[in-house]
Design a protein around this ligand. Structure first.
Ligand code: HEC
Length: 671
């Protein structure tokens, strides 16, 4: 028998290391995004001896929250104005620098993909690859990610996610970050060939005619609506060839009169055949989302004992604070999920979905209600306290899934709360999952969005009708100006009339469009298919001292045992300024759990911590120079285990903005 070539043996060894969690050559550690390391050199008994092995300065004042990855003896990081930099994994010494463009270049900045000696990523909507040994661009590889979405690429400002995607065999599977607005691109899930960069398959998250879920939208919505995108993290079950895709809300986030229906596949967990993109199953967590309750955390793969059976499951943590658990191959919920009635919308044209799904087990990891009694005691200024109190008492506040309206509406967890990217880690074989939660409320309030009218297509009368509905209908229930000519109507709009204000912000063209409509209303049929547009300002409820309006804890870490769906322990994670044990504020904390019985985290309070997986107690803590977001990487090199953090976050209270130089910090045991 012929011996296999050495390079084949090496590739096989590397693959084994990856799937057995002995290295960190993937965002989230491995294709399964487990945020788990099987390495045990560092463990509960010696973690207190950890010290800094090396540091590498980012060399700029940018904020980074990059998950380093390790391959071929090198650690890859983002530094030096968004350059990809290769470091010696043992010493942190710079090996090469690959600039990606000017400082405002948009790059896959949470991590990179590694495959067969290449690093693959996107820069300004272009898929690219570089040689992992040299940092040299691979010519002829790539694709424009704005193409193939069924829309004019020139009309798509943004489609590239800052999360790198997932490699499966010779495919790179990508989600996208459409923007948050009306007229966003659709969130197709796509796979590209890792050798050529050519598109291999697409899955339409806004279904086209004839596709499953098409009838969960208005008839022609698929041509214009967007979102339902996977901007967060994907997970691959390599053995089964399944990619698990968590999707976000359809756009616009907070008002959906132009997309009435359940809006599949917005806010779903979708299981796709990783080779073909064919849908195997899906579950929708939020029907007709009008709260921006994206699924962003990587789906997590676990094996549990349930009712005497050993089953493989997939668990999804969400912004609402729920942890959803499904059988991996069928999508059958492991515990009952109940459709319960939720409050109705009072917005014109809007139809909030009458029910939403609620998991009965396991219990939520975030607080899901916020009343005036829960005000943060650390808001001490009496005037500010009563301002918050009054706002709370006069707001619509009927619990989870209260629809946003024209008056203040409390949202808890807010749309930037609950679990987000990087927020969960698993010991999959044991059925254990650790979820970080940010308990931050939002206040939503919709306002007419007149500014978008110019972008609408339609006759002058139709556009005029839109502007009239935005600006005038609240006073004029019947159309004014019936007996007037164009000039008189223009004058009325320009100069005002009794209590009618002068509309200085409307352009001449818009004034003419309104006049055209009032003179010929029949040319704008009542149903133009384009309802009014509303927008909500992002109202995170934050006090002038920078703290949340709600009482602590602001960040928590919850340990679940999914063998019985129970919470093993729960801790407040980190400090907020001088406040101890409140949980850090503004967390995007990515835990990483190890077979050494430790969870490593880095937080905005500039602390790295080791937490005992059994008890939740903190068994080691060290300070770094900058705040942190995202997750560390854990790997072994020359028999030594390293834990590398990206300490390059914003908001270091001790330093003025623009002076911060972040760094990558590697911890190891002394020789
Ligand atoms: C704050 C309330 C208010 C708003 C908003 C408002 N109007 Fe008026 N408008 C009035 C009042 C009051 C009058 C005077 C009483 C009347 O004639 O009905 C008036 C009069 C008019 C007239 C002359 C009366 C007529 O029937 O010929 C026109 C034309 C008119 N408005 C157009 C508009 C248009 C177009 C807009 C939006 C761009 C607008 N208005 C927004 C309150 C308003």
């Amino acid at each position: 028998m012929k011996k296999p070539a050495l390079s084949l043996i090496l590739v096989a060894a590397a693959l084994r290391a990856q799937s057995s969690h002995l290295t960190w050559s993937d965002y989230g550690g491995a294709p399964d995004s487990a945020q788990y390391s099987a390495l045990t050199r560092i463990n509960r008994s010696n973690v207190s001896k950890l010290r800094v092995a090396w540091t590498y300065s980012t060399g700029d004042t940018n904020k980074y929250f990059f998950n380093p990855l390790m391959a071929e003896g090198l650690v890859y990081v983002l530094a030096k104005n968004n350059s990809i930099v290769a470091l010696d994994a043992a010493t942190g010494k710079e090996v090469w620098v690959h600039p990606t463009g000017p400082n405002n270049t948009l790059i896959t900045n949470r991590g990179l993909n590694y495959k067969d000696g290449r690093l693959i990523f996107a820069v300004n909507n272009q898929l690219q690859a570089i040689d992992a040994k040299t940092g040299k661009l691979i010519a002829g590889f790539g694709a424009d990610l704005r193409e193939g979405l069924g829309r004019d690429p020139k009309t798509i400002p943004l489609v590239q996610s800052t999360t790198p995607g997932k490699i499966f065999e010779n495919l790179l599977i990508l989600g996208s970050a459409t923007n948050q607005e009306y007229d966003s691109a659709p969130g197709d899930i796509r796979a590209y060939d890792t050798r050529t960069g050519k598109l291999a398959w697409s899955f339409h998250t806004v279904p086209h005619p004839g596709e499953y879920g098409y009838d969960s939208w208005p008839k022609d919505a698929w041509k214009t609506v967007g979102g339902a995108n996977a901007w967060g993290e994907l997970t691959v079950d390599e053995k089964r060839g399944i990619v698990f895709v968590p999707t976000g809300s359809p756009k616009y986030n907070f008002y959906g009169a132009d997309r009435l229906g359940a809006n599949l596949f917005g806010d779903c967990l979708i299981a796709l055949d990783a080779r073909t993109g064919k849908r195997l199953w899906h579950f929708q967590m939020v029907h007709h989302d009008i709260w921006d309750y994206d699924n962003a955390t990587a789906p997590k793969l676990l094996t549990i004992k349930h009712d005497g059976r050993v089953i493989d499951v997939v668990a999804q943590a969400g912004k609402m604070g729920f942890l959803w658990v499904f059988e991996r191959e069928t999508g059958k919920p492991v515990w009952p999920i109940e459709e319960r009635p939720v409050p109705a919308s009072d917005m014109p044209g809007e139809k909030a979905w009458p029910t939403q799904p609620f998991p009965t087990v396991p219990p939520p990891f975030a607080r899901q209600k916020f009343t005036a009694d829960d005000l943060n005691p650390y808001i001490t200024d009496p005037a500010e306290r009563s301002r918050f109190r009054d706002a709370m008492l006069s707001a619509r506040n009927e619990g989870l899934y209260t629809p946003p309206g024209l008056r203040n509406t409390v949202q808890m967890p807010g749309n930037n709360g609950g679990a987000n990217w990087a927020n969960a880690a698993v010991e999959g074989d044991k059925g254990l999952i650790y979820v970080v939660s940010k308990d931050l409320p939002s206040m939503l309030k919709l306002e007419p969005d007149g500014t978008k009218a110019a972008a609408l297509t339609g006759s002058p009368e139709e556009q005029g009708q839109f502007l009239f509905n935005q600006n005038c209908v609240k006073c004029h229930q019947t159309l004014p100006g019936a007996k007037r000519n164009r000039e008189a109507i223009r004058n009325a709009i320009r100069t005002g009339n009794q209590t009618m204000p002068a509309f200085k912000d409307l352009t001449d063209n818009e004034v003419n469009q309104v006049a055209s409509y009032l003179l010929n209303p029949s040319r704008a049929p009542a149903k133009t298919g384009q309802p009014d547009r509303y927008k909500s300002s992002f109202g995170f409820m934050i006090a002038s001292n920078g703290l949340s309006a709600i009482k602590p804890p602001w960040t928590s870490l919850t340990a679940y045992d999914l063998n019985d769906g129970s919470i093993r322990w729960k801790i407040a994670l980190g400090d907020a300024g001088d406040l101890r044990g409140t949980g850090t504020h503004y967390p995007k904390v990515g835990p990483v759990v190890t077979a050494g019985g430790i969870i490593f985290t880095g937080t905005r309070d500039r602390k790295v911590r080791a937490i005992d997986t059994d008890t939740g107690s903190i068994i080691w803590e060290a300070e770094v120079s900058q705040p942190m977001e995202g997750m560390p990487a854990i790997y072994e090199m020359n028999g030594k285990q390293y834990v590398v953090f990206c300490a390059s976050g914003p908001n270091n209270p001790s330093k003025p903005t623009g002076t911060i130089h972040g760094e990558y910090v590697a911890f190891a045991l002394p020789d």
